[in-house]
Design a protein around this ligand. Structure first.
Ligand code: DNO
Length: 387
């Protein structure tokens, strides 16, 4: 059976560990967001976080994320030091009994949306990505040098029209949403910072980024093996190049190449239906069938997309991903592999009392509780046939 968990951003998270416990979690997914990227996670800090979880009756089961620095992704500057620190953090996590570590290899940004408060018909709020608004941001708000060459004439015209048809306040929503700081921070990127970061990736194309990922894996997977840890790379969100930056964890073929780069039981991925599902060419159940042995963690959420590249986050059982088939296949996979994978709902809707609270975008309590309850019901209903 899947072990149900939720993400917790640490003591500053307005959603408490007790809230997660009441939601029905036995495990918690968390990270030491206070440690600067590239630094070592010490045993003392890891143990302190573990103790906090245990005091609330929960077990820290999965790290999300042990972040990979942009120096590593670019394989420049402090890269060597950061790789060594990463290995030391893995060693320390293993010593504290942590067995799964999630990370991503997206340059500069993590997930990107153009609206974190997209109103659904009933009044709850969802995260949304509107492609033309994103292009308008890139061309006319960020003013990224050379951005025009990444878009078609039609897209540029639509982005111009978008700017004309949207008031300053609507443009501000896009500006603020795209420039959200990394998950777990309340900060914002500034256009200046983003432009400088993008510039530092100037000479890095898709192939180089992929090579850098494989170099990183060659170094850290043996350390993960030694520490008894399974690494779960998180797919790109959205799963394609943005701001002219390559992304290399977007498709089944990308995942296959990652797995093949360093064959090891410790080298796997986080099966995130929300991220992978945004591409119509990703066959979600097929990925379980073909790459299931390398799935170490599950993010089950859903999106509704259109042919123009827009998507919003639907209810966990709604949207385009066929969650019934997916959970059914996952139950078969776990029975075959004789493992229980950890699962978490992701990006719940902001709804009911949470509409009046400030939480990390996508991480209010009630929407995730609803997502978790739906997944739990589905799993128990389907599991009945395995008894
Ligand atoms: C979104 C999450 C991602 C994920 C990282 C993993 O809410 O799924 O932020 O944690 O990409 O490194």
């Amino acid at each position: 059976m899947m072990h149900e968990t939720m993400r917790w951003f640490g003591p500053g998270d307005p959603v408490s560990l007790q809230d997660l416990r009441q939601a029905g979690c036995a495990g918690v997914v968390t990270a030491l967001h206070q440690v600067p990227v590239g630094h070592v996670w010490t045993i003392q800090d890891i143990q302190a976080r573990k103790d906090l979880a245990e005091a609330a009756g929960l077990t820290w089961t999965v790290v999300e994320s042990l972040p990979v620095s942009d120096d590593i992704k670019r394989w420049k500057d402090d890269c060597e030091l950061h790789v060594r620190n990463y290995m030391e953090s893995l060693h320390n996590l293993g010593a504290c009994g942590i067995r799964v570590v999630t990370y991503n290899f997206m340059p500069v940004f993590d997930w990107l949306r153009t609206d974190t408060g997209y109103a659904l018909p009933g009044g709850s709020l969802a995260l949304r990505f509107e492609r033309v608004a994103f292009i308008a941001f890139d061309l006319f708000m960020l003013r990224r040098p050379g951005a025009e060459k990444d878009y078609s004439k039609r897209e540029i015209r639509l982005a111009e029209e978008w700017m004309q048809n949207h008031a300053t306040a609507e443009q501000a929503v896009v500006f603020k949403s795209v420039l959200l700081g990394l998950p777990g921070s309340t900060g914002q990127f500034t256009p200046e910072k983003v432009l400088a970061e993008l510039d530092a990736y100037g000479d890095i194309d898709r192939l180089t980024l992929q090579e850098n990922l494989f170099r990183f894996l060659t170094r850290i997977i043996p350390a993960a093996e030694e520490a008894g840890i399974r690494m779960a790379i998180h797919p790109d969100d959205p799963p394609y190049a943005v701001f002219g930056l390559p992304r290399v964890v977007s498709t089944e073929s990308d995942l296959q190449q990652i797995i093949d780069s360093v064959p090891s039981a410790s080298n796997g991925f986080c099966y995130c239906t929300g991220s992978l599902g945004v591409r119509a060419d990703n066959d979600l159940p097929g990925i379980i069938d073909r790459l299931g042995d390398h799935i170490h963690f599950l993010h089950l959420r859903n999106t509704t997309k259109d042919t123009e590249g827009n998507f919003f986050e639907a209810g966990h059982l709604d949207g385009d991903a066929d969650m019934v088939t997916i959970v059914d296949r996952l139950l078969q996979l776990m029975a075959r592999r004789k493992v229980d994978l950890h699962v978490r709902p992701d990006h719940g809707h902001q709804m009911l009392d949470d509409l009046h609270k400030t939480t990390y975008p996508g991480y209010s309590a009630i929407g995730r509780l609803k997502g978790l309850a739906e997944l739990r019901g589905l799993q128990h209903g389907l599991a009945a046939k395995f008894v």
